[in-house]
Write a protein that binds this ligand. Sequence first.
Ligand code: FAD
Ligand code: NAI
Length: 464
Amino acid sequence: MPTYDLIVIGAGPGGYVCAIRAAQLGLKVACVEGRDTLGGTCLNVGCIPSKALLHASHMLHETHENFAKMGLMDAHVNVDWTRMQGYKADTVGTNTKGIEFLFKKNKIDWIKGWAEIEAPGKVRVGDTTYETKNIVIASGSEPSSLKGVTVDNEGGVVVDSTGALALPGIPKSMVVIGAGVIGLELGSVYARLGAEVTVVEFLDVITPGMDGEVQKQFQRILAKQGLKFVLGAAVSGVTVENGTAKVAYTLRKDNSEHSIEAATVLVATGRRPYVTGLGLDKLGVEMTDRGFVKVDPHWQTSLPGIYAIGDAVPGPMLAHKAEDEGMAVAEVIAGKHGHVNYGVIPGVIYTTPEVASVGMTEEMAKESGRKIKVGKFPFMGNARAKALFQADGFVKMIADADTDRVLGCHIIGPNAGEMIHEVCVAMEFGASAQDIALTCHAHPTCSEAVREAALALGDGAIHV
Ligand code: FAD
Ligand code: NAI
């Protein structure tokens, strides 16, 4: 039985990236994964399948909404749901196989099964106990449950995100509980595919935590696309009768009780860390009051030699945050200086238009007590966005009024998820808004709107 330098538990974006980096740094590495395929939530039932369905349904929307406007006539496109699911499965399959290839290339042992940590340095999988100098917990997260709601993904009526990615057919109507990232991405998918989608949200805003102006504009755009919103509504339960679901909710402003029926209900009210079966309680590993594994600034848990990263630890539940922590903790274990800049982690919602943000919202920047300035540029002034029929959004940049240093940026518009990265790089370098404003941007690109927002923070944008 080999003794490892590192055993990683979980092969999601946190775990597999950690394993690869550690192997590149010369460590002898194994990764334990209980699923049949590598890649974790993200590749199997998260980022990748959802983006495949978002892409396919966006294409359909384009044929319906915009083809004729461009003189592309008579495009009668029918949806073959089985083939669309096949495209999704192929996209997932090539990516999960890709990780298997990378494991072989980097000589990482994939230990198949569910891991339990017996003690620091000892990981049990089935009947075998493996010895290792270090352990990284990268066990990820699972959908949180909602009181009064029983999810049955097999049944296809009341589902969580995993069930919603593989419904037996396109429902006529869908109620989404929770106007967060999952609810709006998957709600958009089914709205474009023809379902009548109503989003029921507890708070009075969608996408809590986002910049307020972005929230409002995003809701307006989604409403134009046909999504209905019931905000300020506390869901009290879901019942299913004859294959139809009834969602009961109370409007918080006046305590009035209501209900709404739908063929499918998607419960998307957040995710919680998944640490079941790891034996952390027996070991006495300290947890936060919300059930995350507590770690120090080097991702070490309360037990030396046991580290934790990704969705299992506090912070945004994002694949790229997990990946960054995976690389950084591998470097720490290899005796190097791993680092993650938590101030510069972008967040993207892959609807059409996309919504992307990094750094402080205007609300956060004001609360921080700084003097700030805000530069905004609407995509109406951007030629490329107009040609794409996506000129409803804007770029909003926030900078320190005294130093001009960029504090945050929020984009709602075409390819926002790609564009945000120039601001991320600028922020990593501690750039000023003027640095972005003085950088030549190719024309005609949507990225020009980022520069214009930076120009708006100085002597003024040009195309407004
Ligand atoms: P996970 O990806 O959850 O992987 C953990 C792995 O550990 C799992 O495969 C699990 O089987 C395994 N495991 C757990 N316990 C054990 C054990 N005891 N033994 C062996 N194996 C174990 N994030 C983005 O950044 N962009 C997106 O577009 C995006 N889209 C998403 C869409 C959906 C529908 C969902 C649900 C999530 C999405 N996310 C997205 C979030 C993203 O998937 C997670 O943040 C990311 O997967 C976290 O990575 P991780 O490595 O921490 O954990
Ligand atoms: P979320 O935290 O983004 O949103 C949950 C929403 O549900 C919130 O708006 C919340 O106010 C609402 N809610 C909670 N309880 C409710 C109730 N009882 N009734 C009505 N509304 C209620 O969580 P979500 O969308 O489930 O996503 C989970 C995680 O997955 C997120 O943290 C996100 O980062 C990640 N993810 C990221 C994606 C991306 O980066 N594009 C895509 C999908 C998921």
